[in-house]
Design a protein around this ligand. Structure first.
Ligand code: MSP
Length: 471
């Protein structure tokens, strides 16, 4: 039986439409899913929408049915990802029956374990984060650093989850499994948080009219994060399709942004421990990027629409830029100027030009080429290691090294001046390398790779249309 692979993205709030930040996370999962599929692994890539937040009812406004608003928005998210050619297998909606059933079953397990108790929450709440916060989480002016909002002061009867029961178990797990949280800087941050600050947290809210009612007490709704995290289980059939669930769980990697690590690296594994469910293999937190040095925000109006960008440059170019410009994990800056620069130097002049040159020389040589047997399994060790550790820019770096090596050979040996057998002999290894490149770049550039593969699959190779016209 083939190996399974399960990769997830966060499920996104629907009060906004997808921007380049969400696209970044979703493409990362797409790269991994494509890589694992090409290795023959039985792969599930899940994404979706987090709909039970109060943000949804606020965004729907007073004149609109909230469920209808949610349906429209979730449709837009799914459509956008499809439109961009992202290869997700499951799109979870937290207002779906399947998800709600899974949440109910999960809740019962935790309740039966004795980890839920009634209490009173008195403190601060940031609606932007949908999080109970303390002064420690705020900036000097008392604002949420992510949303620049003053949190509300709330006082309400809630049900709590005994996170404190799992502090030791979590610390133990982090210690024994250094890869469970990556990168290391995030791992250290979480260890400090769990050791020094993790307290029981509310898993219900009082007086909300949108959300999943708490099974125990219908005057309460399930806290939106407790509900949303369970999407990773409901996506693969937890509580409904047991066989499927057993096949794909535990997730191989949850990809998240560094803004939501507390939920994924502390709350979520504690909830799973309580419910007696195995922990995911890894949570990988990537950095945040700014746009021309500014945080992406609705109020600044700088949220770049991925569809518009795709229409201008092609989505492969965006994918290439996002994953070659800075290491996955680190923060970065996005600027269209830089995108255009790299497009021209690395894609138009680099990959595109090389492929066009070699194809033209093949046309001139009129020689027949053999078909290749190279598959992704034959990729060098460094390539596999880079992808296993989500070091996408390293994998791309390796491929672009191949490109410059062939470019250099062509300029050194003046391949275009050769003819007859000398030309054939010079071209054959280059064609072979281009075929290899086209296989290695496929997870990153899924539209371009098949065009190259098709063109160079032999036996006769003619001129090729420009892959990346200069901008
Ligand atoms: N609904 C929660 C997640 C629940 S998962 C069980 C949520 N949604 S969100 O719509 O706010 O999406 C947050 C995620 O979007 C981040 O964790 C990150 O993956 C991505 N990004 C949003 N802005 C981003 C940047 N500026 N840069 C990089 N990633 C960004 O939180």
């Amino acid at each position: 039986m083939s190996k399974k692979y399960y990769v997830t993205t966060p499920i996104y709030y629907i009060n906004d439409k997808p921007h380049i930040g969400h696209t970044y996370t979703t493409v990362a999962a797409d790269i991994l899913a494509r890589y694992h599929r090409s290795l023959g692994h039985d792969t599930v890539f899940s994404t979706g929408t987090d709909e039970n937040s109060s943000k949804t009812s606020v965004a729907a406004g007073n004149n609109q049915d909230v469920q209808k608003y949610a349906d429209d928005m979730a449709g837009k998210w799914e459509e956008t990802w499809k439109n961009l050619g992202l290869s997700f297998d499951v799109f979870v909606r937290t207002t779906s029956k399947q998800h709600k059933t899974a949440v109910g079953r999960f809740f019962n397990k935790v309740y039966e374990k004795g980890d839920i108790y009634e209490g009173k929450y008195e403190g601060l709440y940031c609606g932007g984060c949908e999080a109970f916060v303390t002064k420690r989480d705020l900036d000097e002016e008392g604002l949420c650093p992510d949303h620049k909002q003053k949190p509300e002061t709330v006082s309400e009867e809630n049900y709590f989850f005994k996170l404190s029961n799992y502090r030791e178990a979590l610390l133990n797990h982090y210690e024994k499994n250094p890869d469970f949280i990556q990168p290391d800087s995030i791992r250290r941050e979480i260890i400090n948080f769990v050791r020094d600050h993790a307290t029981d947290f509310s898993i219900s809210r009082q007086g909300l009219d949108w959300g999943i009612p708490l099974p125990l007490d219908k005057t309460q709704t399930i806290y939106v994060w407790f509900d949303a995290l369970i999407n990773y289980l409901s996506a693969i059939g937890f509580g409904i399709e047991e066989k499927k669930f057993v096949k794909y769980w535990p997730a191989d990697v949850h990809i998240v942004g560094k803004d939501i690590i507390k939920f994924h690296c502390a709350y979520w594994p504690a909830m799973l421990l309580s419910a007696g469910i195995e922990l995911p293999h890894q949570v990988f937190a990537h950095g945040f990027f700014t746009i021309n040095g500014n945080k992406i925000s609705k109020s600044l109006g700088n949220a770049i629409d991925p569809i518009k960008l795709r229409d201008e440059y092609g989505f492969d170019a965006i994918r290439y830029f996002l994953f070659s410009e800075f290491p996955f994990g680190a923060d970065g800056n996005f600027s269209e100027e830089r995108l255009r620069e790299r497009y021209n130097s690395q894609l138009a002049n680099g990959l595109g030009n090389l492929v066009a040159r070699v194809a033209k020389l093949c046309e001139k040589s009129e020689f027949q080429f053999h078909t290749t047997s190279f598959t992704i399994k034959d990729a060098p060790k460094e390539y596999h290691e880079a992808l296993e550790h989500l070091r996408f820019h390293e994998a791309l770096g390796l491929i672009w090294d191949y490109i410059s090596t062939i470019d250099r050979q062509i300029s050194e040996e003046h391949t275009w001046k050769l003819s007859g057998t000398a030309l054939k002999n010079a071209l054959e290894p280059k064609v072979e390398k281009i075929r290899e490149i086209s296989i290695l770049i496929e997870p990153f550039l899924p539209e371009t790779a098949p065009i190259i593969q098709q063109h160079f699959k032999g036996p006769l190779i003619g001129a090729i249309d420009p892959l990346f016209p200069r901008k």
